[in-house]
Write a protein that binds this ligand. Structure first.
Ligand SMILES: Cc1cc2nc3c(=O)[nH]c(=O)nc-3n(C[C@H](O)[C@H](O)[C@H](O)COP(=O)(O)OP(=O)(O)OC[C@H]3O[C@@H](n4cnc5c(N)ncnc54)[C@H](O)[C@@H]3O)c2cc1C
Length: 501
């Protein structure tokens, strides 16, 4: 009897699953297996909310595998040790999995392949995690990896697409000798309480959310997706993160029209950042732009970082975002951009601190998308633009993306009675009005931690100096000495904000 293992990782679904279909077609018996890899669950990017969602997704997957006559086998340990042992015990000839481009996954899969091959078992990797089969195979005409989005997007639109695959209605039973391990409880994994608004895990919930969005939410998406309003975007990212829905199927179901095209473009960003990290794995730790590696001098203020994390910067839009992140484990894209920009530009804090905090908090935390977007907003990554182009004024951003103040008031109840005209700059309210609306600045809500105009100037100088250092270090000292000197003079005169950190 031929046996294949289906090694599930972040493809926790049965519909549109090329690895599942290939495994089914290649062997008489199929054993779906998931490895609880403690290096991921307890490592650098450990996240209680995401682990909780993962467990929910696995429970659901086990349920639907059982409905079809199979079941999920759970092994606790590193796959390079556990999979060969399982393959040997069950007499499996092959292991099938969905190719994952993240640096950890690529290294892990190499080790697993070596371990399996040494005992004559093949590891087959299939598409399924991205819209296109292999986002990293899309190259420039010169054969180089893409580092700007627009040309990548153009080529991505033209790349061939595979057909969407139906979920198999029935599956072969597990091999007799298979021992199924119980899923650990949240407390066994050391998790604290789940979040009030965490979505239900699993493929069924994901499909319901996808269908609801396509039926009711897609209309107007291109126009509204940046607004800080319930329902402005799909909120499917946690499901895409765990593969409860297939990005390829989502693309196929959302068409045609301008709204669908805009959704495709956003899905392309996901593929784009995945290929960036595949080609430049060192970006996990370093700025993509070499001139900024080790040359940016960051503020190391724990106090400012804590105020940012806790939503106490005094800028309502930033604070509302950070409180939403803490309570829901999710943020709309615009809120991510504003709060991330504030951390690395206004507060001058290392973007890696923010990146790591997001990874711990986000239900959709994904190394490639998170790293790529943090580098983008910190102006140190691919798709470069001058730092000033991505330096947002939080007051203007609030007026533009939360014009009726609903978002801010929902997440900052202390500002509930602040009149609209003061909501973006509550510190400008007259003292009597502050008392009247129950929002005394410094007592009920903090004064701004920095003054944006000063912080903006300092940020631009920081980048200018870093570029200069980079040029000196690489022997290309620019004629920018004068402007660096100007910056340093400017720096000394604009410390107002930072003395308060
Ligand atoms: C600082 C920062 C950190 C981020 N970290 C993550 C992360 O860890 N995981 C993550 O999935 N997204 C991340 N994003 C991208 C984006 O904010 C989220 O994907 C999006 O907000 C999810 O909401 P949605 O599903 O409603 O998006 P929609 O607007 O409905 O978009 C549909 C899907 O497209 C993809 N997508 C949309 N925008 C982006 C983008 N800019 N980059 C990559 N993919 C995108 C997502 O998979 C998303 O679910 C980050 C953005 C910023 C600015």
């Amino acid at each position: 009897m031929s046996v294949a293992l289906l090694w599930l990782r972040r493809d926790l679904r049965l519909a549109d699953h090329p690895a599942l279909c290939a495994a089914l077609g290649s062997a008489e018996r199929l054993v779906p297996v998931f490895c609880l890899d403690r290096r991921l669950l307890e490592g650098r990017n450990r996240s209680d909310v995401r682990t909780q969602l993962l467990i929910d997704c696995l429970k659901e997957l086990d349920r639907s595998l059982q409905e079809r006559g199979s079941g999920l086998v759970l092994v606790d340990g590193a796959p390079e040790r556990k999979l060969p042992a399982l393959a040997r015990a069950l007499g499996a000839q092959a292991v099938h999995a969905s190719a994952d481009l993240a640096p950890f996954a690529v290294r892990r899969d190499r080790r697993v392949r070596r371990a399996l091959e040494s005992m004559g078992v093949a590891l087959h990797l299939h598409p399924g995690l991205y819209v296109v089969d292999d986002p990293a195979a899309i190259r420039t005409r010169a054969g180089e990896p893409h580092t700007t989005f627009t040309p990548y997007h153009r080529a991505w639109c033209k790349a061939e697409r595979r057909a969407v695959l139906a979920a198999p209605p029935l599956l072969p039973p597990l091999v007799g000798a298979t021992r199924r391990t119980q899923l650990p409880s949240p407390s066994q994994l050391g998790l604290r309480g789940a979040r009030a608004r965490a979505p239900r895990g699993g493929e069924e919930a994901a499909r319901q959310a996808m269908e609801a969005f396509l039926a009711e939410g897609l209309d107007g998406y291109a126009r509204d997706r940046q607004l800080l309003r319930e329902g402005a975007s799909s909120r499917l990212s946690p499901y895409l993160r765990f593969g409860c829905i297939s990005p390829r199927e989502l693309e196929a179901l959302a068409s045609p029209g301008a709204d669908a095209q805009e959704l495709h473009r956003q899905l392309c960003w996901r593929d784009f950042y995945a290929q960036v990290l595949r080609h430049f794995p060192e970006n996990v730790r370093h700025e993509h732009q070499r001139r900024y590696r080790g040359t940016l001098r960051f503020e190391r203020s724990e106090r400012a970082f804590q105020a940012w994390r806790e939503g106490r910067t005094g800028y309502p839009i930033v604070d509302a975002a950070m409180r939403q992140l803490a309570s829901e484990g999710w943020l709309p894209n615009r809120a991510r951009l504003i709060s991330a920009c504030f951390l690395c530009k206004d507060l001058g804090i290392d973007w890696r601190w923010g990146e790591r905090w997001f990874m711990r908090q986000l239900l959709d935390g994904d190394v490639a998308s998170n790293n790529g977007n943090w580098q983008w907003i910190a102006s140190v990554g691919v798709d470069p633009q001058p730092p000033a182009r991505r330096l947002y004024n939080p007051v203007l951003q609030q007026r533009r993306y939360d014009p009726d103040g609903r978002y801010v008031r929902r997440h900052l109840p202390e500002l509930a009675r602040v009149p609209d005209e003061h909501l973006a700059e509550p510190w400008l309210m007259p003292a009597a009005l502050q008392r009247e609306v129950g929002c005394v600045i410094g007592r009920d809500y903090p004064a701004p931690i920095v003054e944006h105009a000063c912080a903006r100037r300092e940020a631009l100088c920081r980048y200018e100096r870093a570029r200069h250092r980079g040029a000196v270090e690489s022997g290309r000292a620019p004629a920018a000495r004068q402007s660096v000197a100007d910056c340093e003079r400017g720096d000394r005169s604009s410390q107002i904000g930072h003395t308060d950190m």
